[in-house]
Design a protein around this ligand. Structure first.
Ligand SMILES: *Cc1c(COP(=O)(O)O)cnc(C)c1O
Length: 368
């Protein structure tokens, strides 16, 4: 038996912690007898790792008595090759969330403002508040899109960073190239703009922002990407960014030494070379996404237009809870945002089919 701790700790914490919301991770799936449960709450890739990725991990595992390469030379070179840029433009970290934290720490002092859309990725307010900076959360449009005019109007001389999320998590719409360019023309060149493209591989809309081209035109633009979603390496923790070399250098200064571990580096390098195999899986998920979106429209749902591997149901307080419970009772673990709405990841066909059965029932309940 463990000795109980005293009720309170005498240690003083930073005031910033009082304002921090706790990160809500996707729940594990509960067991329902006779029913396969699907965890479709974290936008993970439903496919298991490729056999060649498992082999790479096994090879790398034989060397975990050694530290990984602290400078991530092979990983940065592989990413740089993939995009036709120099390795000095590449930042890496433990997930793109790690890369984001490194940028926020490099850019923001206490009291500085970070402008982003809301609702968006739940890590944004957390990483902002953690450094004592001030989140400036600009409401999405009713269609679940960034309100870029309102975001431009929210810029002040305290703005030190802007975050754009395309496709937006949790709603799904992309930012168009024209809209992004019009927005950037209004951002002072000393204010960095991170374009978080965690789901870019799932986008098929031809009008989507070309963040890589934008990054060449605007040296304050940073493109943030991850191996967690399309590449199926969420558990390995590795993400990256492309930016002006001076910003990449600042990013590296804020990294915890060796934070991209040996297994993650090896798996990521290998995965960049397995584009065809991984691309086929992404295409299959995109086809499922489009099938589900079309079926939902056919059932009468009018939802934000998703270009990611998830769909969002903006249901409002009582219906969001009811839909969450309906899904859970049928073995689907979804992500509910308080009383706002519910996000559901596109996963195995069986999970998607079960979702469509439940949404049909629920939509008639909404009308009834
Ligand atoms: C999932 C996600 C990420 C990626 O997180 P990792 O730390 O790379 O696993 C980043 N941004 C958004 C918007 C996401 O949804």
């Amino acid at each position: 038996m463990s000795v109980p701790f005293p009720a309170e700790s005498p240690v003083r914490l930073r005031a910033a912690l009082d304002r921090l919301p706790a990160y809500v991770a996707g729940k594990p799936a509960p067991e329902i007898p006779g029913l396969t449960t699907f965890k479709i709450s974290s936008n993970e890739n439903p496919y298991p790792p490729l056999p060649s990725v498992l082999a790479t991990l096994a090879d790398a595992a034989a060397h975990v008595n050694r530290y990984p390469d602290m400078n991530n030379v092979a990983l940065k070179a592989a990413i740089a090759d993939h995009y036709g840029v120099g390795p000095e433009a590449v930042s890496v970290g433990p997930g793109s969330t790690g890369v984001l934290v490194q940028f926020v720490q490099a850019f923001c002092d206490p009291g500085d403002e970070v402008v982003f859309a809301w609702r968006s990725f739940e890590a944004y307010p957390i990483v902002t508040l953690a450094v004592g900076a001030v989140p400036v959360q600009v409401p999405l449009t009713p269609a679940g899109e960034h309100d870029l005019a309102a975001m431009a109007a929210a810029l002040t001389d305290r703005t030190r960073l802007v975050l754009l999320c395309t496709p937006n998590n949790p709603t799904g719409p992309v930012i168009s190239d024209a809209a992004a360019r019009a927005f950037l023309a209004q951002v002072p060149p000393q204010v960095p703009v991170i374009i978080d493209e965690a789901y870019v591989e799932f986008v098929r809309d031809p009008d989507v922002v070309d963040a890589l081209a934008l990054q060449r035109d605007y040296p304050n633009v940073i493109v943030l990407r991850t191996f967690s979603k399309a590449y199926g390496l969420a558990g390995a923790r590795v993400g990256y960014a492309l930016s002006h070399p001076a910003l990449a250098e600042a990013n590296a200064k804020m990294a915890i030494p060796f934070s991209v571990n040996l297994l993650a580096q090896a798996a990521a390098v290998h995965s960049l070379g397995a584009g065809a195999e991984l691309g086929a899986r992404v295409d299959a998920l995109v086809a499922e996404r489009d099938r589900v979106a079309a079926a939902l429209a056919g059932q009468g749902w009018r939802l934000p237009v998703t270009q990611a591997n998830f769909v969002y149901f903006p249901l409002g307080p009582s219906e969001a809870v009811a839909f969450d419970h309906l899904c859970a009772a049928h073995g689907l673990v979804v992500r509910r945002y308080g009383g706002e709405g519910v996000r559901v990841t596109i996963a195995e066909t069986e999970a998607n089919d079960r979702l469509l059965t439940l949404t049909a029932t629920f939509h008639s309940h909404l009308r009834g």
